[in-house]
Write a protein that binds this ligand. Structure first.
Ligand SMILES: [Zn+2]
Length: 483
């Protein structure tokens, strides 16, 4: 059995401009070596998530064993083989030969890209002279986030992503709880993290959230909502599930239950739009906290109709990832974020609305932006676009903070993108629990550029949305559901 890499290949084609068959062959022949410093806190969790995430894509994976106890190497080989036994992890003393990239889970290494958790955040250092001296040990969120960022660094190199589509990090620091480069700011995880939440969608992002909730040692109750079983196409995009799950085809809700041993998991195996009625009929309880990890704008609007106290939505679209945060009675809801009439707009229409360029111009996306295009714009629009003269117009979406996250075509992304979205979601949840006020209610970035280039915005409530116009009814519904 070989994992389905079609989704990753599609993204790689777009980001590299290379022909699919050539790219596929190059990726399959690429060799990626990983080593780790077993003394570093959370180095095993970081290495485990890094290796299993990489194994969901093509190519050869090597583990350099230096300094690593045999039992640890065996453990890593076993979890990698569980994902895709057709491509086992090769454990070696020294990788030798030509490598696409060498990754080291630890602060000190020669030419490797270093991957180091610190607190909830991570360092990624590709520059040999960058000094990594963590002021605090990494925790499990930091480990998973570091691993997801490390896998992105590997992908940029193995797929040879075009320079204008990526940034190679010389020394990146980022914390998904504070959404800043300050890895020291967020207080430590509480000794006991008790959670009562609904997870709507146990897919590419949802399995990442499950992985994190288990890794941080949380306990409590989870309503797991997903109407599908695990299939072979999910191996290449999810953060849980491997060859055995392809054989057994478990419900995704049961995969959540198996992974969350400290939680009382309530499965709901129907689409999200049936959830409000099931709550009103008391088939399932109402939950004050809802995490959504869904593929469509419509499903997000359906989940909003649960009217929880807090709804944290994680999203991916190609290489973009982000979160939308809703607090009841304070700011926008998912229907404000994803209004039904706007979700049908094309990327060209959205770009035209955001830049002031005429639609017939944004539809010619590959033509570079010229000074002539700027003539009829307002001065502030011209100011924003002038630095991008010469850039193909379709590349402006990133520049003006407009992304594909708002488009209709939500797609499960490559796993390191989905896993970073899951980290932002769980990071937001932890920030709320720790009483940290994060800036904005929308944060997003391109996973090939990195979180240092994130757009963080404070979106307003739409006064025409039903969360405003029917606030009184919504409050009554909430009271009844809360019982
Ligand atoms: Zn609203």
């Amino acid at each position: 059995m070989t994992a389905d890499h079609s989704r990753g290949m599609l993204l790689a084609e777009g980001a590299t401009g290379r022909q699919r068959d050539k790219l596929e062959r190059a990726l399959e022949e690429s060799r990626v070596a990983v080593s780790l410093d077993p003394e570093m806190p959370e180095s095993m969790l970081t290495a485990r998530v890094l290796l299993t995430t990489l194994r969901r894509g093509p190519g050869q994976l090597l583990l350099e064993r230096s300094g690593l106890p045999a039992s640890a190497a065996d453990e890593l080989a076993a979890v990698v083989d569980a994902v895709d036994p057709a491509r086992p992890l090769t454990v070696v003393n020294n990788a030798g030969g030509t490598l696409a990239v060498r990754l080291h889970v630890g602060a000190d290494a020669g030419s490797a890209v270093r991957v180091v958790p610190e607190g909830y955040g991570a360092h990624i250092a590709g520059q040999r002279t960058a000094v990594i001296r963590p002021a605090r040990p990494g925790n499990p969120v930091g480990a998973v986030y570091a691993a997801a960022l490390g896998a992105a660094e590997a992908f940029k190199r193995t797929a040879r992503v075009l320079p204008r589509r990526r940034e190679l990090h010389r020394h990146l620091r980022f914390c998904p709880v504070t959404l800043s480069s300050d890895l020291a700011a967020a207080p430590d995880l509480p000794a006991e993290l008790l959670l009562d939440l609904a997870l709507v969608g146990v897919g590419a992002i949802g399995t990442g959230i499950v992985l994190l909730l288990d890794a941080v040692g949380a306990a409590g109750r989870v309503l797991a909502v997903d109407y599908q079983r695990f299939g072979p196409e999910n191996i290449g995009t999810y953060s849980l599930g491997g060859a055995a799950e392809v054989q057994a085809a478990p419900w995704k809700t049961d995969m959540a239950r198996a992974a969350l041993s400290r939680f009382d998991v309530i499965p709901f195996r129907e689409p999200a739009d049936r959830l409000p009625a099931a709550m009103d009929a008391r088939v399932v309880p109402w939950f004050p906290l809802v995490l959504t990890a869904l593929d469509t704008a419509a499903a997000r609007r359906d989940a909003q109709r649960l009217w929880p106290d807090r709804l944290i939505d994680a999203a991916t679209g190609d290489t973009m990832l982000g979160i939308h945060d809703h607090e009841h009675g304070n700011g926008p809801c998912m229907i404000c974020f994803f209004p039904p009439d706007r979700s049908g707009e094309s990327a060209a229409q959205r770009l035209a609305a955001a830049t002031g360029l005429p639609l017939e111009r944004t539809m010619r996306g590959t033509d570079p932006l010229t000074e002539t295009d700027l003539v009829n714009l307002r001065p502030e629009q011209r100011h924003i676009l002038r630095p991008h003269v010469g850039t193909p117009v379709c590349g402006l979406a990133q520049a003006v903070g407009l992304t594909r996250l708002g488009a209709t075509a939500y797609q499960p992304s490559i796993p390191f993108i989905s896993l970073q979205a899951a980290c932002l979601s769980v990071g937001r949840l932890i920030a709320a629990r720790l009483g940290i006020t994060q800036a904005g209610n929308l944060a997003q970035y391109d996973g090939l550029f990195g979180p240092q280039a994130a757009t963080i915005e404070c979106m307003p409530q739409d006064p025409a949305c039903l969360c405003a116009s029917r606030a009184w009814t919504i409050d009554r519904v909430r009271k009844i559901r809360k019982g």
